[in-house]
Ligand binder design. Structure first.
Ligand code: A3P
Length: 299
């Protein structure tokens, strides 16, 4: 029977008030009981905050800048996405849990879970975590286009509708506001390096050095330069092992909007109307009141 993927966009359901795909909800027990190992490194982000970028940076650091080693497999296979799995009709794509379980240590894993829903064994094992946050408006714009091109995502609706859903936290992985704030608080209790997309863009070498230090690595100057170059947007856009063109064919449609879309700061200005922007800013102030967390929406 021919498969009409248009009909198979997922619905969202809730775990502890946070929205996830029905598949994640159905597997929640397994995810929550994930057994972390002490030498696991967890990369955590809100979706579209620069996950793939930091993943490539981390892998390059771990492989001492060896490009060929970083091309051993796709991002999805190199660093298992612990809560991710797809209904069978999407094809034989292994789940994050399956990939993680068979991976030898030390593992680097990915998650978009909010801090309070991270499997407790990561904290029990005192695992290192790298969190990347991106300003709300650019994150929203990127998420909107990602919904358009990716049939694993719920239907985004119109731009106007999506903005409302994002502000209400009624999107996959829940409220951006709670996510960035929750992780900001968690960093005072756990072994977390909290980075910003905007800083990475402004001074990649400086931010990469922070990661090198956090991972207790010592890299030669040339290697550092090589990592900066290899992880620049244009290079990652052209890297089939990092640009999501190799997996999820038929699910992601890069001609609607490429996964490596723009990689800039301030693209929200091309999307928000003046009225939308005012409303968004007012709501933002309320939701972000009382946090010391500061974002830059332009450089
Ligand atoms: P845009 O849609 O704004 O272009 P994630 O990996 O969390 O899904 O995030 C994807 C976003 O990060 C996309 O943003 C993508 O273009 C951007 N991105 C990916 N690699 C990047 C890089 N090397 N430099 C800057 N941005 C990058």
């Amino acid at each position: 029977k021919a498969l009409n993927l248009e009909l198979t966009r997922c619905e969202l359901d809730e775990v502890e008030g946070v929205f996830f795909t029905e598949t994640i909800c159905a597997n929640w027990n397994k995810i929550w009981n994930f057994r972390a190992r002490p030498d696991d490194l967890l990369i955590a982000t809100y979706a579209k905050a620069g996950t793939t970028w930091i993943q490539e940076i981390v892998d390059m650091i771990q492989q001492d800048g060896d490009l060929e080693k970083c091309k051993r497999d796709t991002t999805y296979k190199r660093q298992p996405f612990i809560e991710w799995s797809l209904p069978e009709y999407f094809g034989p794509i292994p789940s994050g849990l399956e990939l993680a379980e068979v991976m030898p240590s030390p593992r680097t894993l990915k998650t978009h879970l909010p801090a309070q829903l991270v499997p407790p064994s990561f904290w029990d094992q005192n695992c290192k975590v790298i969190y990347v946050a991106r300003n709300a408006k650019d994150n929203l714009v990127s998420y909107y286009h990602f919904h358009r091109m990716n049939k694993m995502m719920p239907e985004p609706g119109t731009w106007e509708e999506f903005v409302e859903k994002f502000m209400d936290g009624k999107v996959l992985w829940g409220s951006w506001y709670d996510h960035v704030k929750g992780w900001w608080e968690a960093k005072d209790k756990h072994h977390i390096l909290y980075l910003f997309y905007e800083d990475m863009k402004e001074n990649p070498k400086h931010e990469i050095q922070k990661v090198v230090h956090f991972l207790e690595k010592d890299l030669k100057k040339e290697v550092l330069e090589k990592i900066v170059k290899h992880t620049a947007f244009e290079n990652m856009k052209n890297n089939p092992m990092a640009n999501y063109t190799k997996e999820f064919e038929g699910i992601m449609n890069h001609s609607i909007s490429p996964f490596m879309r723009k990689g800039t700061i301030g693209d929200w200005k091309n999307h928000f109307t003046v009225a939308q922007n005012e409303k968004f800013d007012q709501d933002y102030k309320k939701k972000m009141a009382g946090t010391s967390l500061n974002f830059r929406s332009e450089l």
